[in-house]
Write a protein that binds this ligand. Structure first.
Ligand SMILES: NC(=O)c1ccc[n+]([C@@H]2O[C@H](COP(=O)([O-])OP(=O)(O)OC[C@H]3O[C@@H](n4cnc5c(N)ncnc54)[C@H](O)[C@@H]3O)[C@@H](O)[C@H]2O)c1
Ligand SMILES: O=C(O)C[C@H](O)C(=O)O
Ligand SMILES: [Mn+2]
Length: 542
């Protein structure tokens, strides 16, 4: 069925606005429906960018950019690709946290997202089909919004994290925006502010948990897999009680990925490899402390631990290098509240004379002398001067990554970490951080955010037609990010800069696709990995 002229103008995948040529206007019936002058994509990008400059706050800028996204995907991605460093914190984290908190109040349109309600499971298949509208869906980002960044439960509002993560996939790695689908599983919310807000657009009841919840997730996975056989399914921001369960259930069955567990594990391993490249130290000499051992914290710890095993340590030797601190303090194996992911890294009280006193980060740091401290605690300002000075007293180049997002939840600011450690700390942050000038050296701060890897990883998985995403592919992704930064330059960052996001996304994609092919995980024949990646890569052009 051919689309009417108005339908074409209202379809963001087809609309070119003022860039429709005379010929296209004639053949599509658009003559007179647009101002007469024909613009190029570059003209449109220039004009739109100039309009963006009139907006003063990041939230206003994001709302304006979303209007472009709603109207014309090619133009949106052209602009995004021209201004990646400037747009990332506006389109994505941290500004996205504000738009999630205010999603219902700010709602304009659904941006091709799918809202699946636990109260109406029978409509699920039709909803997914209707939203696809005949498109060949290769990538879904799904959330149930129980653990959005560090800001908690945001119900239906959380759909914006699915939309936002997908924008980064396209901008960073050229995933075709017409082949993606953002999904929210609305299973209710326990966020009382939302339930009380008359503007709230989601289901107005408490979260459904247990069997009914897992059945709903399972119905979603099966329905999506049936409808879209080439699907790569990305889970985002599920709660601590469910995220790992869901990943473990599906990871060997379908092509799937949990960003908070696996994506964060990759970027932190890459950051640590980068830091050790600068300090010229060995991984297996490090002592690792996870602060906030939840979904991300435990996922990262497992990835670093697996690296110790790969570097030749036995499980028993490797475990001696790992510690976790959560709400209750240092985690011990007699604690009945440990999660399954925490258990392997819990210690015995008999290892410490003062075990019962190790209930704070500072006490734990004093007792353990970690060389690496990674924060995923959602507790702002907890990497204090005392903690940092204590670490720096026992190790030459402490590796300190405060990763909690958004900005207001970060465990520390990069500039404080540099100052308190007298320029010794090797720092990466979850959100972008400006350079730090200290004692005549300019320190560049790497961004250890999973956004630096999941796009390339996804491109590699999709291009390789891999049946599953396994640990070997994940490890290759982390290692591929090494060597991009010159570790001999004073003040060098531990990770490559966001300005090179498109280049290293390709590097990551290659490593992942090659690994899939080497392991014979590809479902379709692939003779040339570069070619396979280039074949699926999309570019913003008319
Ligand atoms: N930079 C990145 O790429 C990245 C990736 C994933 C998550 N994160 C951030 O990490 C944070 C945690 O995310 P998550 O998905 O793991 O959430 P989560 O809820 O699964 O984990 C948070 C953990 O912190 C613990 N915690 C709470 N208060 C604490 C305290 N006072 N001291 C120590 N631990 C405490 C919780 O008990 C929980 O185990 C969020 O802010 C999120 O934005 C960053
Ligand atoms: O979304 C981000 O910025 C990273 C991460 O997935 C998070 O949950 O914080
Ligand atoms: Mn996340």
């Amino acid at each position: 069925m051919t689309k009417s002229p108005v339908e074409i103008l209202n379809n963001p995948f087809e609309n070119k606005g003022t860039a429709f040529t005379e010929k296209e206007r004639q053949s599509l019936g658009l003559v007179g429906l647009l101002p007469p002058y024909v613009q190029t994509l570059d003209d449109q990008a220039k004009q739109t960018y100039a309009q963006l400059q009139t907006k003063t706050s990041d939230l206003e800028k994001r709302i304006f950019l979303m209007e472009i996204f709603n109207e014309n995907r090619v133009l949106f991605y052209k602009l995004f690709s021209q201004h990646v460093v400037e747009f990332m914190p506006i389109v994505y984290d941290p500004t996205i946290a504000d738009t999630i908190e205010n999603y219902s109040d700010l709602f304009i349109q659904s941006q091709n997202a799918v809202f699946l309600s636990i109260d109406d499971p029978d409509s699920m298949k039709a909803s997914l089909k209707n939203a696809a509208d005949g498109r060949d869906i290769r990538l879904i980002v799904v959330t149930d919004a129980e653990g959005i960044l560090g800001i908690g439960d945001w119900g239906t509002n959380g759909v914006d994290i699915s939309v936002g993560k997908l924008m980064v996939y396209t901008a960073a790695a050229g995933i075709d925006p017409s082949q993606v689908m953002p999904v929210v599983l609305d299973v209710g919310t326990n966020n009382q502010d939302l339930l009380k807000n008359p503007m709230y657009l989601g289901n107005r009841h408490e979260r459904i948990t247990g069997d009914r919840y897992y059945k709903f997730v399972d119905q979603f996975v099966n329905t999506a897999e049936d409808l879209f056989p080439k699907l790569y399914l990305h889970f985002e921001d599920f709660g601590r009680d469910n995220a790992a369960n869901i990943l473990n259930k599906y990871k060997d069955q379908i092509t799937t990925f949990n960003d908070d567990i696996q994506g964060t594990g990759i970027i932190v391993l890459a950051g640590i490899l980068g830091a050790l490249n600068i300090s010229k130290q060995k991984m297996t000499d490090q002592v690792y402390l996870s602060y906030g051992a939840g979904t991300a914290g435990a996922g990262i710890t497992k990835r670093i631990y697996d690296e110790f095993l790969q570097q030749g340590l036995s499980a028993e030797e490797a475990k001696k290098h790992f510690y976790m601190v959560d709400k209750q303090g240092l985690l011990f194996d007699d604690d009945q509240t440990l999660t399954p992911e925490q258990k392997p890294f819990a210690r015995s009280r008999s290892e410490f004379a003062n075990a019962d006193e190790l209930t704070t980060l500072e006490a734990a740091v004093k007792a353990i002398h970690p060389t690496i401290l990674v924060g995923t605690s959602t507790q702002p300002g907890t990497f204090t001067e005392a903690v940092v000075k204590e670490m720096a007293a026992h190790t030459e180049r402490p590796i300190i990554f405060p990763l909690s997002n958004p900005t207001k939840l970060a465990e520390a600011k990069a500039e404080d970490l540099i100052k308190w450690s007298d320029g010794k700390a090797l720092v990466a942050t979850g959100i972008p951080a400006a350079d730090v000038d200290y004692n005549g050296v300019t320190y560049q701060i790497g961004q250890a955010n999973n956004a630096l890897v999941y796009p390339g990883l996804g491109l590699g998985v999709i291009a390789s037609t891999a049946k599953v995403l396994n640990d070997e592919m994940i490890s290759q992704a982390a290692h591929s990010l090494g060597g991009i930064v010159d570790g001999n330059k004073p003040g060098a960052a531990v990770l490559p800069p966001v300005s090179k996001l498109d280049q290293f996304s390709f590097t990551v994609a290659k490593a992942v696709a090659q690994s899939a092919v080497d392991q014979k995980l590809n479902q379709e024949p692939i003779s040339d990995v570069d070619q396979a990646i280039n074949d699926v890569k999309w570019e913003p052009k008319y």
